[in-house]
Design a protein around this ligand. Structure first.
Ligand SMILES: Cc1cc2nc3c(=O)[nH]c(=O)nc-3n(C[C@H](O)[C@H](O)[C@H](O)COP(=O)(O)O)c2cc1C
Length: 147
């Protein structure tokens, strides 16, 4: 059965969206027919789809050393469903203006008892390096083993 993974992101000025698109492109090069990966803009949050997903890739700009409020809604609203979400793989990505901070994102993933895969991808602006792309690929492959 096909597994569903959502790349949930928020982006005001396009940097995090570019990272989300890069992740989808990296995934598409793996040519998996067992995983369906889709982008979801957090401004058009579909909680029902997220609740029934098999894994998550969550991206946000760093706002005041925290995730965007749009991303926090996912965690706030699905907290009561954490028994259902427990153990699903997740990895995170952050765009920042000078200081990447993923502490809050990690705390929220831990509260939902998601299984954090690999290191978060943390990038200044939209400056995605080839090293980041390698890390994205490794994280996706690691996630696919857990789906
Ligand atoms: C309200 C607001 C708060 C921000 N706070 C931080 C911050 O605490 N640390 C930081 O490095 N950048 C901060 N930034 C910069 C953004 O994280 C950065 O520009 C990011 O690339 C924006 O992503 P986006 O293009 O996807 O919206 C802030 C930007 C805004 C608009």
């Amino acid at each position: 059965m096909t597994k569903n993974v959502y790349i949930l992101y928020y982006s005001k000025t396009g940097n995090t969206r570019k990272m989300a698109e890069q992740i989808l492109e990296t995934f598409s090069k793996l040519e998996s027919d067992s995983v369906d990966m889709k982008l979801m803009d957090a401004k058009e949050l579909d909680l029902a789809a997220l609740k029934s997903a098999d894994g998550y890739i969550i991206g946000t700009p760093n706002y005041f050393s925290a995730p965007s409020g749009y991303i926090k809604i996912f965690f706030d609203e699905l907290f009561m469903d954490r028994a259902i979400l427990k153990g699903r793989p997740v990895f995170c990505f952050v765009s920042h203006g000078g200081s990447g901070d993923i502490k809050h994102l990690k705390v929220m993933c831990d509260w939902l008892e998601l299984k954090i895969v690999g290191p978060a991808i943390v990038v200044k602006g939209n400056n995605i390096s080839s090293k980041d792309i390698t890390s994205i690929e490794t994280n996706i492959q690691e996630m696919m083993k857990l789906l």
